[in-house]
Ligand binder design. Structure first.
Ligand code: CDP
Ligand code: CDP
Length: 229
């Protein structure tokens, strides 16, 4: 069967990566979490005290960053490696979440990440989620999904996830972070979060994970059929 590129963009914590992983497993496609790349770059900038308002410092720092996704046999997922170190748990922490949207708004950072993402998609059979995948990274993707969900639902979902790892986290903190990131991501000058004109909107506020997969599986079939001739 013909393999396609599937892009999933949208607001924070609406379930993009959950859907992307479901689809990749079902279709035997490669899943790329583009947000993990921005999170890893942010971690490096924090650790090395790089001032991301300083273009020279940013360019120099990017020359020292090597990003790689490495398959983890235990979890069945790909982990983000930064300069050969597995940074998977660290990049999900609040210290990174608090700064990642600022770092991801820097033009040189985006050029660095997008070039690598486009290379990864050179072979079809890929699901990539993020903010600019259908608009900038793969504007010619065969299936583009723009995900959204009620903000209160998204806050609850992310809070539940983070609270399981750190019971000191507050709902208020999570809410503020989501609102701030959505604001910066939607309003930055370079590649803001936008629905691509040809993207299908998926509001999963009231959908279970199984329901969202069933719905989107039909869209995948349709997209493959439409691009098979
Ligand atoms: O999973 P969550 O919604 O928390 O975010 P993520 O996908 O891990 O992305 C973290 C941050 O990276 C976003 O808030 C954006 O600032 C940035 N990002 C981006 O600018 N472009 C992408 N393609 C992916 C993420
Ligand atoms: O990638 P993104 O930030 O958009 O969200 P995610 O990490 O895939 O999902 C955030 C949380 O929402 C996860 O804990 C998912 O299990 C949960 N989720 C849900 O409860 N119902 C859905 N239909 C989709 C995701």
């Amino acid at each position: 069967m013909k393999k396609i590129i599937i892009t999933i963009d949208g607001y924070s914590s609406c379930g993009k990566s959950t859907l992307a992983k479901q689809l990749a497993a079902k279709l035997n496609y490669l899943y790329i979490d583009s947000g993990a790349m921005y999170r890893a770059i942010t971690l490096y900038f924090i650790q090395q005290r790089v001032d991301w308002a300083d273009t020279y410092q940013v360019k120099t720092a990017l020359e020292s960053i090597q990003l790689e996704f490495v398959y983890n046999q235990l979890t069945g997922q790909s982990d983000m490696y930064l300069n050969e170190e597995n940074v998977e748990p660290m990049i999900r922490e609040m210290v990174v979440a608090e700064k990642v949207s600022e770092v991801a708004a820097v033009r040189e950072v985006r050029e660095f990440a997008v070039a690598q993402q486009q290379q990864m998609g050179a072979a079809k059979g890929i699901v990539m989620d993020g903010r600019d995948i259908g608009t900038v990274v793969f504007p010619h993707a065969e299936l583009k999904i723009f995900m959204t969900a009620d903000p209160a639902v998204r806050v609850q979902r992310r809070f539940k996830e983070l609270y399981a790892k750190n019971p000191n986290i507050s709902l208020h903190e999570v809410k503020e972070n989501l609102e701030l990131r959505d604001y910066i991501d939607s309003n930055r000058a370079v590649s803001p979060l936008r629905k691509a004109d040809d993207a299908i909107i998926l509001d999963n506020s009231n959908l279970t994970m199984d329901e969202q997969l069933d719905l989107v599986s039909q869209w995948v079939e349709d997209a493959i059929m439409a691009h098979s001739s």
